[in-house]
Design a protein around this ligand. Structure first.
Ligand code: S6P
Ligand code: ZN
Length: 184
């Protein structure tokens, strides 16, 4: 049992997190098969390149009610054809679960889709704060020329449903149209 003045086992330095039990994950371009529209452009690219890295602090076991997780994602800059590098995107398995995202470095777009497949997007930039409501799928695209860094906080019983997005995708895509991001 803890007593008195102690030091937190975790640290957050603005664009990095560290501490006890830190988890790390890497997604290469090869891990993102099937999510980009331009299959020809995708086929011609090196599948070993990094698309994004995620670091997270998950103090309680997955599924714990009332617990919170925090993570940072480093999403590289790049395009597959006219489509920006993006995260896989997911709904939460627990449909009640919500999440905060906030922009730390770089420029991007948070793409959101509800269960009726309505799609909208919010610009991400250092200082932007985004609330992801329940039953809304979320994916991030890097629209800038540097690594996009964003942080997230979500419930430990949220879970991830990647299957629905892998199967049906988002109803709209964020493409570079004459140098500007547009939902198409
Ligand atoms: C977890 C949170 C983020 C994402 C990360 C990668 O709930 O939303 O940490 O896991 O940005 O995205 P994805 O869609 O591959 O999990
Ligand atoms: Zn999530």
């Amino acid at each position: 049992m803890k007593q008195g003045i102690t030091q937190s086992p975790y640290s957050f330095t603005g664009d990095d997190i560290a501490g006890e039990g830190l988890k790390t994950g890497l997604r290469t371009l090869g891990d993102l098969a099937g999510i980009f529209a331009d299959e020809k452009a995708y086929a011609a690219m090196d599948k070993g390149i990094t698309a994004y890295n995620v670091k997270s602090i998950e103090p309680d076991p997955q599924g714990t009610r009332g617990g919170l997780y925090m993570g940072i994602t480093y999403l590289e800059s790049g395009k597959v054809g006219d489509e920006y590098f993006m995260t896989k995107g997911h709904f939460h398995l627990n449909p009640l679960s919500t999440e905060f995202y906030w922009g730390v470095k770089g420029e991007g777009m948070l793409i959101l889709m509800d269960e009726e497949r309505n799609v909208w997007a919010e610009k991400m930039f250092p200082g932007s704060l985004h609330y992801i409501p329940a039953r809304v799928a979320h994916r991030v695209a890097n629209t800038g020329s540097e690594t996009l860094v964003f942080a997230a906080c979500w419930p430990s019983d949220a879970g991830h449903d990647y299957g629905t997005i892998a199967r049906d995708g988002f109803a709209r895509r964020l493409l570079d149209v004459n140098g500007k991001p547009e939902l198409v």
